[in-house]
Design a protein. Structure first.
Length: 357
């Protein structure tokens, strides 16, 4: 094969990856339009566009701007954060099973929410759950979930720094700490009252119906610099795939890159989980789906995973809202139903083809 043929082949690969991302962007736009007109209210496109420009009825503008638009943006941001974080974790740990869910960050956030509800007492109330009706209580639960999820990551990073930030140490540490916090959640549920137990279960479902413009602003403030950091580090992540020794020969500080990558991914995940609860399998499955289409080059894998994750969660949430309308399912239930068999399919198809190495 001549150098000209190699250049032509490389150019074709680049164009195919760019085309894939452009198709995802188009899919996000179409999914957003479909989500805007889907729901019990039955708003049509002819009503949506006037409402977006301030020329609709008061009811239509209320539904579009205060209910559906925040939920759509929340689904996009949450999907982007979880998927990009999953892709980075899988890259820096060189493990296809690495994700915010499997490394225990979600379990730690669940423990934080349960701790706030039971110990601080934000979940109980006379005749109703203040967790559902008291905004201060909601934010206290979110803060507690965020603090404990970052605490779990701090434990993992401390162990990794003590024993060496190798992929094996970080994965095993995450599994053990996740199990520990899972036991903590069970203990909180055991001692909770009926109202507190209901509040814990409701929080753990993973529901985007809680979305508000304040949530979106906070998530955006955290997510934008994290994504920029991921994009700036794609070459370093790519070098880690050949092993730490090879990366260090190229001048890459493998342990430092791994620690900061995990910390940044955990930060993005913790913010999303603290607001919306546990949304499983998005960070685990989406990078593998994208890898099947465009390969494992982190330069394209991370941004494509982020975009595909936003589209995936938006479509999942829209389906959760409409599949048994007017009953609205928490999106975390649907992503588990979709993600588990899809991951098994990818696992079976990947065996023997070098896909998991």
């Amino acid at each position: 094969m001549t150098p000209h043929d190699l250049v032509a082949q490389y150019t074709t690969h680049i164009r195919r990856r760019i085309l894939f991302m452009l198709l995802i962007i188009a899919g996000i736009i179409l999914a957003g339009i479909y989500a805007m007109v889907s729901g019990a209210a039955g708003i049509s496109l002819n009503q949506v566009f006037p409402a977006l420009t301030g020329r609709g009825t008061a009811v239509t503008e209320q539904i579009v701007w205060n209910i559906r638009m925040p939920r759509i943006l929340a689904a996009l941001l949450a999907g982007i954060a979880l998927s990009a974080s999953g892709a980075v974790m899988q890259s820096v740990l060189r493990n296809p099973l690495a994700s915010p869910f499997t490394l225990g960050i979600s379990n730690a956030a669940a423990f934080g929410a349960a701790f706030a509800i039971v110990v601080v007492g934000t979940g109980g109330g006379e005749g109703e759950m203040s967790f559902l009706s008291n905004q201060a209580g909601q934010y206290l639960v979110m803060i507690s979930a965020f603090v404990w999820s970052m605490t779990s990551m701090g434990f993992i990073l401390a162990i990794a720094r003590y024993r060496g930030a190798t992929p094996e140490v970080m994965i095993l540490s995450g599994i053990v700490i996740g199990s520990l916090f899972g036991a903590g959640v069970s203990a909180m549920q055991y001692f909770a009252s009926d109202m507190e137990l209901a509040a814990i279960v409701f929080w753990m479902f993973g529901d985007l119906g809680r979305a508000s413009w304040n949530d979106i602003a906070i998530i955006s403030i955290v997510l934008v610099p994290v994504l920029l950091y991921f994009l700036l580090q794609t070459w370093n992540y790519k070098s880690l795939q050949a092993g730490d020794e090879f990366a260090q020969s190229l001048g890459v500080h493998a342990s430092k890159i791994r620690l900061w990558g995990m910390l940044s991914a955990s930060l993005a995940t913790a913010v999303v989980v603290s607001f919306y609860g546990i949304i499983a399998f998005v960070g685990l499955v989406v990078p593998h789906i994208v890898r099947r289409f465009i390969g494992g080059d982190e330069t394209f894998l991370i941004p494509a995973s982020a975009l595909f994750g936003g589209m995936f969660l938006l479509l999942s949430d829209t389906l959760a809202r409409t599949v048994i309308s007017p009953v609205i399912l928490p999106v975390g239930i649907l992503t588990s139903f979709i993600g588990a068999p899809l991951f098994l399919y990818l696992l079976i198809k990947g065996i023997g083809k070098g896909y998991w190495t």
